[in-house]
Design a protein around this ligand. Structure first.
Ligand SMILES: Nc1ncnc2c1ncn2[C@@H]1O[C@H](COP(=O)(O)OP(=O)(O)OP(=O)(O)O)[C@@H](O)[C@H]1O
Length: 591
């Protein structure tokens, strides 16, 4: 099978397909090769019984051994050629299917990555894996099976009927009626198989989602001793899958057994008819054998078709889900006339009467938020958990659009700003730093090789205080970091995240301070880096430690989605009636 190829090279200069069918459609040459192979794989086996007939009739007629051996060799050659055609068809079909599904998988991954947080907030990673991988694999398997078993099978069936009708119209008519009956029975059977296959697939997706979620939270589960409960839940979910799968299998094998009996009856019928025709002298023994062989040939396509019913259902459900995913549109509209944010220097920030709700008909999480920061100024956001600080940060990063008011950066409403310049000019460091199973270099540049050369990367790592850490790594920038950030402490991970932001040199930075405790030395290192990062940049700091607020110009106290206090830090600190002063004095008392 051809190895997976990157789309950038293959599709360079071409329009990328956007629909499921568009992705799966083969190129004209590959399509023609497949049609030729399928035709050969159908016609060659159809010719085989003709040779058997000749052999039998000639043998009964007293033909010589040489002649019979010649006919036998012809039969053998035809069988070998038929098998070769079938192997070629299988190879071409799987190659085309995997080529197509690779295109589909890439398209889906690209599409899903381009969707907004509103979409991703509603989906678990397990569900997305099942969609982008599980469904696509089901579609690929079906495409192979469809080409091999359904298309080739139906062609063979039609060929057999045409030949038998030509050889003996009476037997042909019986065979045709018989096939129609079996086809009708199968269509009815499909109604049974379809829902059970869909249920089994849904149970599997639920189990995959459950496992993924539990594995992601393994630390919390262990720490809280929830292991037994988790195993019990998984037991229940796999029990549901087992029952759904078992039922689906039972229906499948019941159908297979039913057709076996029907075919045995059909064969007996045709043999009986052939014997009767032979007695009445209208049929040679060879033709009887030929009819018997053709009847046997009808069986395989039908059995394969039945076998495909369940797969067909899974694939159809997969196609529907993949279509739904491709039909998902960004909820953040692209600006009609995108304007870039100022390319250099600190960016001013203004939140103008901003209101926001996560769901269309949900409770507002933010309302009436007004904030103004001049370029280079810093704002500290404080407030209880759940008050809306992270949501404000998300709006500033344009992960969501406000439902009321506007977020302006550098004088530009973010809805009118060029999204690429928003990503470039607004930087963020969140509490949960995501490190990838890749080299230090890729973790810093986030897989953008042209972003900075190695010297610049070393310089930045030294700047954030990771110079010694880098020197201690076995392969320097090439050292692979574990996917779970194994070998990287929480503090180092935070510093790596700062290094990422330094690389793009944004004009506005949003820092969601790590609430977990770091050792005092690391905390001091991080604070020094924060100072350096905020120098000459506009900053919004979600502060979990009041000490961090010493560096900000303005303070906003958030409560229940509103700013209940806003002002210059020094003024609020000396105003005994302010909440900020009360917070400060509480910390003093605690000390
Ligand atoms: N993705 C989301 N979908 C729906 N509701 C959300 C989502 N994220 C947050 N919320 C809700 O919005 C409100 C504000 O949450 P937010 O995370 O902004 O608070 P916060 O002040 O940052 O809290 P913390 O200090 O704990 O991080 C909360 O009621 C929260 O439950």
């Amino acid at each position: 099978m051809r190895p997976f190829r990157r789309p950038a090279r293959r599709d360079a200069g071409k329009t990328r397909p956007t629909t499921v069918l568009g992705c799966l459609r083969p190129g004209p040459r590959a399509g023609a090769a497949l049609i030729a192979a399928v035709t050969a794989a159908t016609v060659l086996p159809l010719a085989a019984p003709q040779i058997t007939r000749r052999f039998v009739d000639d043998a009964i007629g007293g033909a010589g051994t040489r002649h019979l051996a010649f006919v036998a060799v012809g039969y053998l050659a035809l069988a070998v050629a038929g098998q070769a055609a079938r192997t070629l068809t299988a190879w071409l079909a799987s190659r085309l299917a995997w080529d197509g599904t690779n295109r589909l998988r890439e398209r889906l991954a690209e599409h899903a990555l381009g969707l907004d947080m509103t979409f991703h907030g509603r989906r678990t990673p397990g569900e997305m894996i099942e969609r982008v991988d599980g469904d696509v694999a089901a579609i690929a398997e079906f495409v192979v099976a469809f080409l091999l078993d359904v298309v080739a099978g139906v062609l063979l069936l039609a060929g057999v009927l045409v030949v038998v009708l030509t050889v003996d119209p009476r037997v042909g008519a019986v065979l045709l009626a018989y096939c129609v009956l079996i086809g009708f029975g199968m269509a009815r059977a499909q109604k049974l198989a379809v829902p059970s296959a869909a249920r089994s697939r849904a149970a599997y997706a639920a189990l995959a989602g459950d496992i993924e979620e539990r594995l992601a939270g393994v630390e919390d589960i262990r720490a809280n001793g929830a292991g037994e409960h988790t195993v019990n839940r998984l037991h229940a979910a796999s029990g549901r899958m087992y029952r759904a799968e078992f039922r689906s299998e039972r229906i499948g094998s019941g159908l297979l057994a039913g057709t076996s009996v029907a075919f045995a009856a059909g064969t007996a019928l045709v043999i009986g008819l052939a014997a009767w025709a032979r007695q009445s002298g209208t049929l040679t023994v060879g033709t009887g054998v030929l009819l018997f062989q053709y009847t046997q040939m009808v069986r395989t396509p039908f059995e394969r078709l039945i076998d495909q019913l369940r797969q067909y259902q899974a694939a159809l459900a997969g196609v529907a889900r993949v279509r739904d995913l491709l039909a998902e549109r960004r909820t953040l509209p692209e600006p009609a006339d995108p304007r870039p944010l100022p390319a250099s220097g600190p960016l001013g920030l203004r939140l103008d009467g901003v209101g926001f709700a996560y769901a269309d008909d949900g409770e507002p999480v933010l309302s009436g938020i007004d904030v103004t920061l001049a370029p280079g100024e810093t704002l500290g956001l404080v407030g209880r958990t759940g008050s809306g600080k992270t949501t404000i940060a998300r709006l500033i990063l344009r992960l969501y659009d406000p439902t009321e008011g506007a977020v302006r950066v550098g004088g530009l409403d973010l809805r009118d700003a060029d999204p690429a310049s928003v990503r470039r000019r607004i930087g963020v460091v969140t509490q949960d730093v995501q490190l990838f199973a890749a080299s230090v270099r890729d973790n810093l540049t986030l897989f953008r090789p042209g972003l900075a050369d190695d010297d610049r990367l070393r310089e930045i790592l030294a700047e954030v205080g990771l110079g010694d850490w880098l020197a201690g790594l076995p392969d320097g920038l090439d050292t692979a970091l574990g996917g779970d950030a194994a070998g990287v402490s929480a503090g180092e991970a935070q510093l790596l995240a700062f290094a990422r932001v330094f690389l793009t040199d944004p004009g506005l930075v949003v820092l969601d301070e790590a609430s977990s405790r770091l050792d005092p030395a690391t905390e001091r290192r991080i604070e020094r880096v924060v100072d350096r990062l905020l120098a000459g940049r506009t900053g919004v700091l979600i502060a979990h430690r009041l000490s961090s607020l010493a560096r900000v110009d303005r303070i906003a106290v958030v409560e229940g989605g509103r700013i209940v206090e806003y002002g210059r830090r020094e003024e609020l600190a000396v105003d005994p009636g302010s909440r900020f002063a009360r917070l400060l004095s509480m910390v003093e008392v605690a000390r």
